[in-house]
Design a protein around this ligand. Structure first.
Ligand SMILES: O=P(O)(O)OC[C@H]1O[C@@H](O)[C@H](O)[C@@H](O)[C@@H]1O
Length: 277
């Protein structure tokens, strides 16, 4: 993997490419993967053209890291603080892997009084991207956290998308605050959709006329979140064009319902793997 520091919309980022022609762009801000293309050159992540790149706000698109809190389930800023801070590029020791780290600082301890190291490793393989988040407890007392790899997948048109593989999973529909078992073999999206599923053991498939993407995640990520804002909420999101919802679907590898309890010196790993079929 060849890694080059670049400026992306005025912010520091890294551009990586491999011999087979795959490419990856990652912002230091939030260690956020912004772009991924396999050898076919097709962009498979959605990045909002009106995303804010000011080195502070969360970037709308790519793979935001939500940690140590998911959504508004706690006292921290929405989705935690890791997506709002600059991470540091470090050598990964593995040829096809890009690694960024974030350690506790005065700023993080003000919000969350724990000593930690977070590592994001993005690994390219033929037709594949794996994003892996590791959390290490560097302190002397245990603490708990939640996490999500909040991937924005690029879709041609949301009305033509099927997400397969969630039938039979327990679902919490957050819009209706309703819990039930998913009965549909394939999800379709024609309005706002925001649900947390118990992650199935087998990979999901995002099926579109232009092709299929397989999405899998580590068993340590016990939930899969599926989100599309739809036209109404989409129009209210200042950092996304009015028709942006048509071109994205978030499928997130998450650990939400039972936070991880991490002992001093212990570490946790959660990952999501995308594979072009
Ligand atoms: O706008 P944000 O903070 O990036 O959050 C986006 C969405 O993230 C999803 O994971 C949540 O399920 C949604 O409820 C939320 O709206």
């Amino acid at each position: 993997m060849k890694i080059t520091p670049i400026e992306f919309r005025g912010q520091p980022a890294l551009r990586a490419s491999t011999a087979d022609g795959s490419t990856l762009t990652v912002a230091l801000h939030g260690a956020q993967v912004l772009s991924w293309t396999a050898a076919d050159g097709v962009e498979r992540l959605y990045l909002s053209p009106s995303a804010v790149f000011d080195g502070q706000a969360a970037i709308r698109g790519g793979v935001p890291i939500c940690c140590p809190q998911f959504n508004q389930r706690g006292m921290l800023p929405k989705h935690g603080f890791m997506r709002n801070l600059p991470w540091v590029h470090e050598a990964s020791g593995t040829p096809e892997t890009l690694r960024l780290t974030l350690r506790d600082s005065e700023a993080t301890r003000k919000l969350w009084p724990h000593a930690f190291e977070a590592r994001l490793e993005a690994t390219l393989s033929t037709g594949g991207l794996r994003t892996a988040l590791t959390l290490v407890n560097c302190g002397t007392a245990p603490w708990t956290f939640a996490a999500a790899l909040h991937t924005y997948l690029r879709v041609d048109d949301i009305s033509g998308v099927r997400l397969e593989g969630l039938q039979g999973s327990n679902r919490w529909d957050s819009l209706r605050d309703d819990r039930h078992v998913e009965t549909s073999a394939a999800l379709h999206f024609d309005a706002e959709f925001d649900s947390v599923y118990a992650a199935p053991a087998r990979p999901l498939r995002l099926v579109q006329p232009s092709g299929t993407l397989e999405i899998s995640q580590s068993a340590s990520c016990s939930e899969t979140v599926v989100w599309n804002p739809g036209a109404v909420l989409g129009a209210k999101l200042a950092d996304m064009p009015a028709d942006g919802f048509r071109h994205m679907l978030c499928v997130e590898a998450a650990r939400i319902d039972e936070p991880v309890l991490l002992a001093p010196g212990a570490q946790w790993l959660g990952w999501q793997q995308l594979r072009v079929l």
